[in-house]
Design a protein around this ligand. Structure first.
Ligand SMILES: Cc1cc2nc3c(=O)[nH]c(=O)nc-3n(C[C@H](O)[C@H](O)[C@H](O)COP(=O)(O)OP(=O)(O)OC[C@H]3O[C@@H](n4cnc5c(N)ncnc54)[C@H](O)[C@@H]3O)c2cc1C
Ligand SMILES: Cc1ncc(C[n+]2csc(CCOP(=O)(O)OP(=O)(O)O)c2C)c(N)n1
Ligand SMILES: [Mg+2]
Length: 582
């Protein structure tokens, strides 16, 4: 029964299917907290240690469930802390509702304490953004906020002055007809026009070497992608957020693309005469065919994304699965199978290389060994969340996606620190599934207090921290992109296993690659939350599948200009290269 304005807010979003809110209390949201206290049976409040985590959790919850992710923060600093996670949702286009507090409505903009206009601050991040004017306003804007977050795939923000939260439901203006708003959600169009499908089919049927590039928007279209690949004899390349779109044991896929992609993907891109893009906005244009090299067809829900990165002849606006199904009967079987066969042969070699890199017995341990051993042991329904860093390379390459698993990271924002909150949100959403965070020591240490949230709620997440005591990715970028010696990247070491124990959980350390599998087995079987600290070689670079001359020259220049670890780095890179050649 809604007595207060805060009650109306929670009852309205409950009608939109909201069952979980991630947040941290504060004096700007006391009225909302009281309503939450009274609704514990139907709405779970997960208390975080940092509001940034709450926003990452809301984003991940939306990514992994397709439902609305909701985060809650108090006025001023609490709301400000949300921002990075909200941008993650904005850039990876996830429906998220952010609820923030404000101080007393009749003192706003009077230099009062925590007098931060969060609605103004959130103008860029939000697709819908409003401040509550009174109890009778709440239902109208809450319905619209939820509908807009879903409809425009973004962040909706409701800022709620604290005194109004307690206002009694009641008096309305004359025009605010009771019951005029509703929680109806109508899906956007799913299928392109038949004429466009015919034009797309004509291009694809006329090609000899089609490459399919799929992404997050094709996660629900695995069978259809494989059927199109079989028909057109076309390899399927996966943008990172589409890692699970096709499993890595599929005979059609060449895996990832870009700096952390595979060589067969790169070859397919370089040699294709037609590109079929499905549910992807893969951002690295330089890894796509040169404009003019290939004809292109694109499938995307969002018409504004058509031809964004590559000139397309036909854009099919629709859901990947429905559109591919409609396209399939129009496609002719490609009799020349050589383009796909070449990709398959390339992948056989690629997986041998990955297995070799993942099975090295060098000390210090190679980071690839951790990812390889973890990948082998993941449950069939595992949900793996990664951070920005060199860890993303090992995650992309050495963890083989299996059908039924889910994977994500902060894709287009490419933020650090999301991995742990993502894993917590995944476990909240799916208590029975195996939820793993695969993170670097830099990223983990940014929000590591959140591990105690997993302990508090007995969420059995497994956090694998790849410990190289450096901001690895940036170190390599400084050298390889600019030819500079590394600067400002070294990290003071932390005993992460000891930290886990201090939080009341289990901690493991792996240093010996021969023990890596056994310790991971033990960690994955341990009930409750666990941290595994894997101590790895900081001198193993995340080399792209194809190194450019410019990159090699910069690398050499960085070493020559006084890179402090030059002899160790040179020796590691040389030894790895020799192993690859022999
Ligand atoms: C350290 C780091 C390194 C990275 N390096 C790489 C790299 O080398 N290679 C790489 O691939 N990525 C890399 N990324 C990730 C990269 O930045 C992008 O986030 C990622 O490539 C985007 O993947 P996507 O195209 O699947 O997703 P998005 O960019 O989100 O695009 C998805 C598209 O699908 C559409 N869509 C959504 N739903 C549907 C639907 N149902 N039907 C049809 N269309 C739909 C959307 O409108 C959108 O256009 C890296 C990230 C980090 C953190
Ligand atoms: C919030 C944020 N700050 C800075 C960066 C820039 N950045 C990207 S990767 C990276 C280093 C990550 O280090 P770590 O987590 O230790 O992983 P590693 O690269 O060592 O595997 C940095 C600083 C970022 N992406 N996000
Ligand atoms: Mg590191």
């Amino acid at each position: 029964m809604a007595n207060t304005a805060a009650d109306i807010l929670l009852d309205t979003i409950s009608d939109w299917g909201v069952e979980v809110i991630f947040g941290l209390p504060g004096d700007g949201i006391n009225g909302i907290m009281e309503s939450l206290r009274q609704r514990q049976e139907k709405m779970r409040f997960i208390q975080v240690r940092h509001e940034e985590s709450a926003a990452f959790m809301a984003c991940a919850y939306a990514k992994y469930t397709g439902k609305l992710g909701v985060c809650l923060a108090t006025s001023g600093p609490g709301g400000i802390h949300l921002l990075n996670g909200l941008y993650d949702a904005k850039l990876d286009r996830q429906p998220v509702l952010a609820i923030t507090g404000h101080h007393f409505h009749d003192l706003i903009d009077t230099h009062a304490q925590q007098d931060v206009s969060l609605d103004r601050l959130f103008m860029d991040v939000a697709v819908y953004n409003t401040r509550i004017m009174g109890a009778a306003h709440v239902e109208n804007v809450a319905d619209l906020a939820c509908r807009t977050a879903f409809g425009y795939r973004g962040v909706a923000h409701i800022n709620f002055p604290v005194d109004l939260q307690e206002q009694k439901a009641g008096e309305r203006s004359k025009r605010n007809v009771p019951g005029h708003t509703s929680d109806h959600w109508a899906r956007v169009g799913q299928l392109p026009a038949g004429e466009d499908l015919e034009r797309a089919a004509a291009i694809l049927n006329g090609s000899k070497k089609t490459a399919i590039l799929c992404g997050r928007g094709a996660l629900g279209a695995t069978d259809e992608l494989e059927q199109v690949a079989e028909t057109l004899a076309a390899p399927i390349i996966k943008a990172l957020l589409g890692k699970a779109a096709v499993p890595d044991d599929s005979p059609y896929t060449t895996g990832g693309i870009g700096l952390l992609g595979t060589q067969p993907s790169q070859q397919a891109i370089e040699n294709c005469d037609t590109l079929l893009m499905v549910g992807t906005s893969f951002p690295y244009i330089e890894f796509l065919p040169k404009p003019g090299q290939a004809r292109a067809v694109q499938i995307d829900l969002d018409p504004a994304r058509m031809g964004l990165r590559y000139p397309v002849e036909v854009g099919l606006v629709g859901d990947s699965r429905c559109t591919l199904s409609a396209l399939l009967p129009r496609l002719q079987r490609q009799e020349d199978r050589s383009f796909l066969e070449q990709a398959r042969a390339g992948m056989e070699q690629w997986w041998k290389l990955m297995a070799e890199r993942g099975s090295r017995d060098d000390r210090p341990m190679k980071p690839q060994v951790v990812a390889w051993e973890l990948g082998k042991r993941l449950a069939d329904d595992a949900i793996v969340s990664c951070d920005s860093g060199t860890v993303a390379t090992w995650f992309a390459r050495q963890i083989r996606a299996r059908r039924g698993q889910m994977f994500s990271l902060s894709g287009n924002l490419a933020s650090m620190a999301n991995g742990l909150p993502y894993a917590i949100a995944a476990q909240v959403a799916y208590p029975q599934r195996q939820c793993v965070a695969f993170v670097g020591d830099g990223g983990f240490s940014m929000l590591m207090a959140e591990f105690v949230t997993a302990v508090k709620y007995q969420l059995p997440i497994k956090v694998v921290v790849v410990k190289n005591n450096t901001l690895g990715m940036i170190k390599w970028e400084q050298m390889v992109f600019l030819g500079n010696p590394e600067y400002g990247c070294e990290l003071a070491p932390i005993d992460f296993a000891g930290f886990a124990r201090a939080c009341g959980a289990k901690g493991f350390t792996i240093e010996d690659p021969a023990q890596c599998g056994a310790v991971l087995d033990q960690a994955l079987e341990t009930p409750g939350p666990v941290v595994v600290e894997a101590v790895v070689d900081p001198f193993t670079p995340p080399l792209p599948a194809k190194i450019t001359l410019e990159q090699s020259a910069h690398f050499a220049e960085a070493l020559a200009r006084g890179e402090p670890n030059r002899s160790k780095i040179a020796w590691t890179v040389l030894a790895d290269r020799v192993r690859q050649l022999v």
